[in-house]
Design a protein around this ligand. Structure first.
Ligand SMILES: NC(=O)c1ccc[n+]([C@@H]2O[C@H](COP(=O)([O-])OP(=O)(O)OC[C@H]3O[C@@H](n4cnc5c(N)ncnc54)[C@H](O)[C@@H]3O)[C@@H](O)[C@H]2O)c1
Length: 392
């Protein structure tokens, strides 16, 4: 198996050049069970070469793995460099982790070359772009999936099963509170935070999750954005975005529920986790409440302040022999994609079967439609907007 990674930022190599990153760590862990001969990371600048080499060395040291990672800079012509690399290496899979507004152009290159693709969320900011990628994947019969890792979190799976078992009756409403420290738009993603917003970049996770948990379709929405804090400091995006979405049962349009999502990108930097997140599902017979930040572990030191730890997303923990192993639902999401690609190659599963059960590009049109409608609503004085269907 040969894997191409596009982007060498936080999600690939970790934070501030000292971390390990979810994507590279996952591939190193997978390589202990599946033959991953080679990983090539490409991104804009040659200076990322050292970041990638250092992260690979740290990861191989921690896992006692020998993942073969190299780097190439894309320069000004991504299309040409990726096409030449593909002709030489014949990658089996590609993982795209670049800023939101570039997902379309980079996705188009990879699907144009028929490379099975895993895209970080959101698929794209607009339906027109997402539709084009869906059509390209269909035309080239290429597996294409979005890395919606919350679909693999056991707490969310338990809630999905409970809703399906009718434990809380018919759905009435869902509330979500999701926010991140102000350092994320101001420093970590300073290069592109003005091109996105907290709802598009982060809230989209819960849009997809509500769709995944309930099977209902978004019908219309209204969104409000507040601003001032980030704009005053030179980052041209909303401080917070609030969306009220009406969802309909696809089998019975009279059955509806409402979700309200409150998202912000201005949490104090002393917040006890990078992301603060909780949600509630209220039904006619009961409620489910889920704190996705406070998982029951608190670290308190002078150096860190109070930190709430989530060891379930992606982390290095000792295995039964005391060796470090990388795991969590972030890992499961990436490992599932790599295993799917292998099974497809070996003819053990069909593309149609995968498209039925994975957050495929087609399946992800729903979350793109909501992101587009929310952006449209905010541009138009917070009007109610019909959510597009994405299959035109
Ligand atoms: N950080 C996370 O925990 C996380 C988790 C899930 C998804 N994501 C998503 O991943 C994407 C990137 O996030 P990140 O945290 O890695 O961001 P980042 O800002 O740390 O890194 C972005 C990377 O993209 C590269 N890049 C920029 N323009 C490019 C181009 N034209 N061609 C190729 N590469 C280019 C940059 O060189 C950099 O390596 C975003 O869409 C984000 O929503 C991030």
């Amino acid at each position: 198996m040969k894997v191409l990674i596009i982007g060498s930022g936080m999600y690939v190599t970790g934070r501030e050049g000292t971390g390990t990153g979810t994507i590279l760590s996952s591939l190193a862990q997978i390589s202990k069970a599946v033959a991953v001969e080679e990983v090539v990371v490409v991104s804009k600048r040659i200076s990322s070469s050292k970041t990638v080499a250092d992260a690979a060395e740290r990861i191989n040291g921690l896992l006692k793995s020998s993942l073969n990672v190299s780097f190439k800079s894309l320069g000004e012509d991504s299309q040409q460099v990726i096409a030449a690399l593909q002709a030489e290496k014949k990658f089996d899979a590609c993982i795209i982790s670049v800023p939101d507004h570039l997902h379309f152009s980079v996705g188009k290159i990879c699907l144009g070359l028929s490379i099975p693709t895993l895209m970080v969320k959101p698929l794209t900011p607009t339906l027109a772009e997402a539709n084009e990628l869906v059509r390209l994947a269909e035309k080239n019969k290429t597996f294409a999936c979005v890395e919606f890792h919350k679909r693999y979190d056991e707490t969310n799976l338990w809630i999905k099963k409970s809703i399906e078992e009718n434990k809380i009756g018919k759905l009435n409403y869902v509330t979500v509170d999701y926010s991140q420290r102000i350092d994320i738009p101001m420093k970590t993603f300073k290069g592109w935070s003005s091109e996105s917003n907290i709802f598009q970049y982060l809230g989209v996770h819960y849009v997809d999750l509500i769709y995944f948990l309930t099977g209902f379709r978004p019908a219309r929405l209204v969104a409000y954005g507040t601003d001032g804090i980030l704009k005053n400091q030179g980052v041209d995006t909303y401080d917070s975005v609030h969306a009220l979405i009406e969802w309909q049962n696809p089998n019975d349009a009279s059955e509806k529920f409402i979700s309200s999502l409150n998202t912000n990108w201005i949490d104090p930097n002393c917040s006890s986790a990078l992301s603060d997140q909780k949600y509630k599902v209220i039904g006619t017979k009961g409620r489910i409440e889920c704190d996705q930040k406070n998982r029951g572990i608190e670290l308190v030191t002078d150096a860190t302040g109070i930190q709430q730890i989530n060891p379930y997303f992606s982390d290095y923990l000792p295995d039964e022999n005391g060796n470090l192993k990388f795991g969590g639902y972030g890992f499961t999401s990436i490992a599932t994609f790599i295993h799917d690609v292998m099974k497809l190659k070996q003819g053990k599963i069909s593309l149609a079967e995968l498209n039925k059960h994975r957050p495929s590009f087609m399946e992800s049109l729903t979350s793109v439609a909501v992101v587009e409608a929310a952006n449209e609503s905010m541009k138009n004085n917070s009007e109610w907007i019909e959510v597009g269907k994405g299959d035109d």
